[in-house]
Write a protein that binds this ligand. Structure first.
Ligand code: DX5
Ligand code: ZN
Length: 223
């Protein structure tokens, strides 16, 4: 089983405390920074952009985990700064040219992830497996923080892990994104997830951030 990693969703971070939040992430060995990019077309919301990513790369040592919730990602990803060590998720449902978008990510040395919405069958990832470092399995419909996990999400994680293992890809990562709270994270871990996007439901919710991270780490280590 792949070691668990935490990827805090920066759209949930208090912008007035961002420097201290990033410092806490670095002090606690947080593995990735989850950057939700929304263009108001693929999802009915707007969110973090290219300049935000550029400043993060300049001011933080943690690799980026860029979640593109955009139409034509094969075009729009050109504007973003990413490279080796980072990874970029392209939505199966959004790309006119999924393969082209995934290859464009790989050509820059970053990891390519395919994101699938709750209503997309996990089997949709099969044709893309040779290109993928991971799958971003959405446990909410993308676009807004603070939602509840969609029914059947745990079963989907289990089914996806089984599909990947049977396809000879036990190395392929499963990232979960949406309502990853202290009660559900261990269940998601048991089902086969290994990268956890944490937002308002846990690490970037109420309480001391160092304590929240320690609590999440402890729960993921036990499962
Ligand atoms: C949903 C976002 C997430 C996540 C935020 O589009 O991608 O980052 O839902 O975390 P929660 O769900 O805990 O507020
Ligand atoms: Zn996300």
């Amino acid at each position: 089983m792949l070691a668990p990693a935490i990827s805090p969703s920066l759209m949930c971070a208090d912008i007035f405390k961002l420097r201290e939040i990033i410092d806490a992430f670095e002090a606690n060995g947080i593995e990735y920074l989850h950057i939700d990019v929304m263009d108001g077309q693929f999802v009915p919301n707007f969110c973090l952009g290219t300049d935000y990513c550029r400043r993060l790369k300049a001011g933080a040592s943690i690799p980026l985990d860029i979640h593109l919730m955009v139409t034509e990602p094969e075009e729009k990803l050109k504007a973003f700064p990413f490279g080796p060590g980072d990874f970029v998720s392209v939505h199966f449902e959004s790309a006119s040219d999924v393969t082209g978008a995934l290859n464009a990510v790989r050509e820059r040395g970053a990891g390519a992830f395919l994101a699938i919405n709750p209503n997309t069958p996990v089997e949709a990832v099969k044709p893309f497996l040779p290109l993928l470092e991971g799958v971003l399995l959405m446990t909410v419909y993308p676009g807004f923080a603070g939602q509840k996990m969609t029914d059947g999400s745990l079963e989907r994680i289990t089914a996806l892990r089984k599909l990947l293992d049977e396809a000879g890809r036990p190395d392929c990562r499963i990232e979960v994104d949406g309502n990853v709270n202290y009660e559900k994270a261990p269940l998601m871990r048991k089902a086969g997830a290994d990268i956890f996007v944490v937002g308002t439901s846990s690490v970037l919710g109420p309480g001391d951030i160092d304590e929240n991270i320690r609590r999440m780490r402890g729960l993921l280590a036990q499962s």
